[in-house]
Design a protein. Sequence first.
Length: 199
Amino acid sequence: MSKSAATKALSRSYAGERALTFLVGLLALLGGALALVVGAGWLGEFRGRRPLLDPIAVGWLGGHATPARIAAIVLGVLLLVLGLRWALRSLRPEPRPDLDLDTTEGAELVVTAGAISGAIQADAEQLDGVSRARVRAVGSRTSPALRITLFLHEGTDLKGVWEDLDLRVLTRARESLGVDVLPAAVRLELDTSQAKRVR
């Protein structure tokens, strides 16, 4: 399981949100730094004492009031639409892909994401040292991926669990689903649900 495969399985659809957040934060940082530099008088004492809104810009806006208002309204509506789209995209549930194993008309065969997760979870729970597992199918119909969380008994051989998971569980899943590549992000945790009480 390569690093890129794990990244694909771990990442949701946050690339756009992260890029936009980064750009907004970068612009805010640059604006604040510029205000600090100008206010401190590092670009000249005259510029540091000037009003926040440049008198030339205020005069131009006063002379072109109608186009300036239209541009401000259009910009405001555009920012509102982009903000709503961003919020809705961030709040939507993550898709769980079903796989089309056979697309022949009249003999279609679809395996649901729940069935994929359940089968792989059952296989993973049979591994030595694994007390329970949680599996989630993510991605899309054309490029599915897995998120696997294994809860291990104390003292379990991690290397052995990792090799068994790759050779037995994931290989069998790829062969059963008929895919060459099935990225998986694996999280290993010590199972504390059955911890003994200290008296």
